[in-house]
Design a protein around this ligand. Sequence first.
Ligand code: NAD
Length: 266
Amino acid sequence: MTSSSSPADLPSDTVAAPGALTGLRAVVTGGASGIGSATAQTLAARGARVACLDVNPASVTPPLLGVRCDVSDDGEVATAVAAAAEELGGIDILINNAGIGAQGTVEDNELDQWRAVLDVNLLGIVRVTRAALPWLRRSTAAAVVNTCSIAATAGLPRRALYSASKGAVLSLTLAMAADHAAEGIRVNCVNPGTVDTPWVQRLLSAAADPEAEREALRRRQPIGRLVSAEEVATAIAYLAGPDAGATTGTALAVDGGMQGLRLPPP
Ligand code: NAD
């Protein structure tokens, strides 16, 4: 027997595996599909207990907890966040992921559409965060991750409303990080590129030539393929957990190089 101790000698509860979220309690909005569903499953696989707040809670299967919530409805958000916190025994991690798309120029979308999309993509985050903050303040591992988009800064054509909504999410992320750093609440966002989720599959199936459209999307990505929901989920789980304890106010691109690399068009 030697006098020095290696990690293997230590009691198991003193050495957390990298990425472990054991015992943490997480709320994921839009957790019934795509990036939100993959994130909820990744968080759970790493040891967190997870409630998915979604307009479609029937698609959420155990051990994930499905809670009905339209993030554009003040009353539903208050009720759902309280129900999730009660069921989980608190909230350490909030993933603001629910979002909807819109295509068109500033003229193409009527003002009612602008209000409706901003009500989900921007004000949904405001509502859910306001409801969750009292719980996050009681946590010793509090983290918020917002699902933003490369649309926030990329200047994509015919995406005026969607881009503006995500630009606001980026700014809100930075402002929230500043406001809550002293309380120990970290706030970051991910900026996915084109992710192969039911959302994108719906867009492709509505195209005149879905296969040609998929090929065009693929060629737009420097890595030569779409991003998977699991790849975005892994980035979100990192930002949500103690491994990212010194990281707040950042936007992590998970975009196959779309934004950072300046490559000639394919
Ligand atoms: P998705 O359509 O597969 O899943 C979205 C989920 O949000 C669904 O479960 C839906 O029921 C839920 N939802 C929609 N409106 C809601 C509301 N008002 N209240 C509660 N839940 C609601 O979409 P996805 O591709 O997984 O997108 C998730 C997030 O990722 C969105 O914020 C989106 O803007 C962002 N994003 C997606 C891509 C992409 O290429 N798929 C790229 C960048 C950013």
